[in-house]
Design a protein around this ligand. Structure first.
Ligand code: THU
Length: 153
C-alpha cells in the first residue's frame, strides 16, 4: 500500500482517476446521497467506468466498482489491470467495500493480475495505491474451486 499524491501518478493512473471523478454525477444515490465513481483499465487498455446504483430495497445497491466490472463483462472484457475509485469526499479516500474487493479478486484471478487499486479523493489531493491481494488477503477465488478460467479469458 502506498500513499502518494495525484501529480506523482503516471498518465494512465491520472486518466483513470479523472474518469472515475467524471462518473460521480451519474450515481443513482437517492438514499445515501453518497456518490462513487470507478474506472477500470482492461488488459487491452480500454477504460470502462461505473457509478453506484442504489435501490429502495437498500441491500440491492450496486457499488461503482461492481457496476464497472459488470459493464466491462457486457462489453466482452474480463481481463483487468487497474481500477480507480473516487468517493464523494474532498479530503479522504474511499476504499472498496468488502463485496467489491471480492469481485475485484475474481477479476484478478481471471486476469492473472494482482490488480492495482487507485483510491483518490475528489480534490485529487490524497491518493492511495494498493493491490487487491493486500486489500483482501487469503481470499477465496475461482482457483480454490479449480475451475478452468481459460475459457473465460
Ligand atoms: N459504495 C460504492 O459505490 N463503492 C464502495 O466501495 C463503497 C460504497 C456506494 C454504495 C452506496 O450507494 C453508497 O456508496 C453508500 O454506501
Amino acid at each position: 500500500m502506498k500513499k502518494t499524491v495525484y501529480k506523482k501518478l503516471n498518465q494512465i493512473q491520472k486518466k483513470l482517476v479523472c474518469s472515475a471523478i467524471k462518473m460521480l454525477p451519474t450515481a443513482y444515490n437517492p438514499y445515501s446521497h453518497f456518490a462513487v465513481g470507478a474506472a477500470l483499465l482492461s488488459s487491452n487498455n480500454k477504460i470502462i467506468t461505473g457509478s453506484n446504483v442504489e435501490n429502495a430495497s437498500y441491500g440491492l445497491t450496486i457499488c461503482a466498482e461492481r457496476s464497472a466490472l459488470v459493464r466491462a463483462n457486457a462489453e466482452g472484457i474480463r481481463l483487468i489491470k487497474k481500477i480507480a475509485i473516487v468517493g464523494q469526499t474532498a479530503e479522504k479516500i474511499t476504499g472498496p467495500c468488502g463485496a467489491c474487493r471480492q469481485m475485484i479478486f475474481e477479476a484478478a484471478q481471471i486476469s492473472n493480475q494482482n490488480i492495482e487499486i487507485i483510491m483518490s479523493d475528489t480534490k485529487k489531493g490524497k491518493v492511495v495505491i494498493a493491490k487487491i491481494e493486500e486489500l483482501l488477503p487469503l481470499a477465496f477465488g475461482p482457483k480454490n474451486l479449480k475451475v478452468n478460467l481459460k475459457k473465460y479469458r
